[in-house]
Design a protein around this ligand. Structure first.
Ligand code: ZN
Length: 182
């Protein structure tokens, strides 16, 4: 396995704001990156991680809320139903917790790591996680769901993060303010 050490990119890193590119052909390199992403997600106590969060501008993600690991390539939401609100944290925006309104139930189409087509219907927490990660693939972050006023309030914190976005690690105390880390 071609191993590289991935690291989480923080708000202020351009890769987080780019629209990730679809993967035309899934190679062993993509499978290796997905495995590394899963390891990093577990190490960070996260329940989801999208490729742009580790500096890879490709449409792939991993997720595991405790019911099994998903590795998805080119995921697409084809149906949305209902509404839910969860308090979401983001591994790329440490120390910030945002209430986000999302669909309660979604139908998702994607490829697995061996390019087999999969279609899943999920709801509640897992539906929230997939929607959060697919937002990452479109360059969207939880701060985009906050009001202008709240954004001004967290702006100070974000500026601080931007200064340190090139750093390797942030202190653990700053990353654990929200229970749900994605
Ligand atoms: Zn996130």
């Amino acid at each position: 396995m071609n191993k590289i050490k991935l690291r989480i990119r923080f708000l202020g890193d351009d890769v987080l704001r780019k629209k990730a590119k679809p993967i035309q052909e899934i190679t062993q390199e993509h499978r290796d990156r997905l495995s590394e992403m899963a390891r990093l997600m577990y190490d960070s106590s996260g329940v989801g991680l999208a490729a742009p969060q580790v500096g890879i501008n490709k449409r792939m993600l991993v997720a595991d809320i405790g019911s099994g690991l998903y590795k998805l390539v080119n995921p697409k939401i084809v149906k949305k139903e209902g509404q839910q609100v969860q308090e979401e944290g983001c591994l790329s925006v440490p120390g910030v917790c945002v209430k986000v309104k999302r669909a309660k139930k979604i139908k998702l189409e994607a490829l697995d790591e061996y390019a087999d087509r999969i279609s899943v219907e999920v709801e509640d927490l897992l539906a929230c996680v997939f929607q959060h990660e697919i937002d990452h693939l479109d360059g969207k972050l939880i701060v985009d769901y906050t009001s202008f006023i709240k954004r001004v309030k967290i702006n100070k914190k974000i500026k601080e993060l931007k200064k340190r976005s090139k750093d390797e690690e942030l202190p653990e105390s700053e990353t654990k303010s929200c229970k749900l880390q994605l």
